[in-house]
Write a protein that binds this ligand. Structure first.
Ligand SMILES: [Mg+2]
Length: 351
């Protein structure tokens, strides 16, 4: 999943934007000067081959110097081929030059995201998002993409996009500068055309959420991510048990708790045991969680689906239809009270 570009039909938006102008530097035209034609070339991995962290290993500086003539011209064409990334090739070249003691040009640095350059023509003037450690937006801008937002910046456009942001002890540059932050694009009206994962995402949960801003993703999304990763790298699948809706246990437990509640006008001594309910209402916005759970729990649960959250449909949910669909919780409570008081009145009248 590394270094993938995602076409983003999920991203909202269309229309106008505030002007931004980035100029791509044509560093890729700068080719190293070869002393003379050479019949072979070399590609070096970086981590674990020429560097360990920021420390040269395996005599790499000396080895590389042998590829240059005394005049400094390149005798053997070589480049670095690494899955690493997160910084522009120009900056990585400067860093490698300093650490290895030879003059490395940007065109000799091929990182995991370097192939994104090939997509400049497709997305050059489109609004795109870049994510990953380091400076993914700077990387994309240097490639020539004109309208780039880092995912940090994109997420800052949506106040409540991250359901656990208040528990995070780190802050992004955008969050720390929120007061002075100027929104460069109208992302509610301009469509984001692609998201580029340039390097390892740092804030996975927030980044996954930002890719689907219409729906709040919680612990369930983490479970899916964990299961997906585990099952790809282990011979046997992850074994797990989930507690929480829609597990019927949750509804049985809720029923047991509710049955302990006593009206204030009934003395504890009169309590002859837990009461059984004729109906318990589950009001929820998520068909696959709230409604599915209530349906699986069966009697006495009655499910009511609202349209203020996950579910937005006109009709009932096809896969997990609720007993009733309403717009708001207020409507649901209104329905319940009318239904219950009407039926109570009916029965007392019929006696
Ligand atoms: Mg390596």
């Amino acid at each position: 999943m590394r270094f993938q570009a995602y076409r983003t039909s999920q991203f909202r938006s269309r229309a106008s934007f505030l002007v931004q102008s980035n100029h791509s530097r044509s560093f890729s035209q700068l080719q190293p000067a070869l002393e003379k034609r050479c019949s072979f070339g070399i590609a070096f991995d970086v981590d674990g081959v020429v560097l360990s962290g920021r420390v040269p290993v395996g005599g790499s500086p000396q080895a590389l110097r042998r590829l240059y003539s005394n005049s400094g011209a390149l005798k053997v064409p070589f480049l670095f081929l690494t899955n690493g990334g997160g910084v522009p090739e120009s900056r990585r070249a400067v860093e490698l030059s300093e650490l290895l003691g030879v003059n490395i040009l940007p065109s000799q640095v091929v990182q995991g995201h370097s192939t994104f350059k090939n997509l400049v023509k497709t997305f050059e003037n489109e609004l795109i998002i870049a994510t990953g450690k380091g400076e993914p937006a700077a990387v994309m801008s240097e490639y020539g993409f004109k309208k780039v937002l880092s995912l940090d910046e994109y997420a800052s456009y949506f106040k409540h996009i991250d359901p656990v942001s208040q528990y995070k002890r780190w802050t992004t540059e955008q969050i720390s500068n929120r007061n002075s932050h100027v929104l460069r694009y109208n992302v509610s009206s301009e469509r984001v055309k692609a998201a580029f994962v340039a390097s390892d995402p740092v804030d996975w949960g927030r980044d996954i959420q930002a890719a689907f801003p219409s729906e709040r993703l919680g612990i369930g999304a983490f479970r899916i991510a964990l299961e997906s990763v585990f099952n790809r790298i282990h011979p046997s699948p992850l074994e797990y048990t989930t507690f929480g809706k829609p597990n019927p246990f949750v509804f049985k437990n809720a029923e047991a708790i509710l049955s302990q509640f006593l009206p204030s006008d009934i003395d504890d001594k009169e309590n002859t045991g837990s009461q059984s309910f004729k109906t318990l209402y589950m009001i929820g916005d998520n068909p696959m969680v709230d409604i599915k759970g209530a349906r699986q729990a069966g009697h006495p649960w009655f499910s009511i689906l609202t349209r203020t959250g996950v579910f937005k449909g006109e009709d009932n949910h096809a896969e997990c239809p609720a007993d009733m669909v309403v717009d708001t919780v207020e409507e649901a409570v209104d329905y319940i009270l009318k239904r219950e008081f009407t039926s109570q009145f009916f029965f007392s009248y019929a006696r």
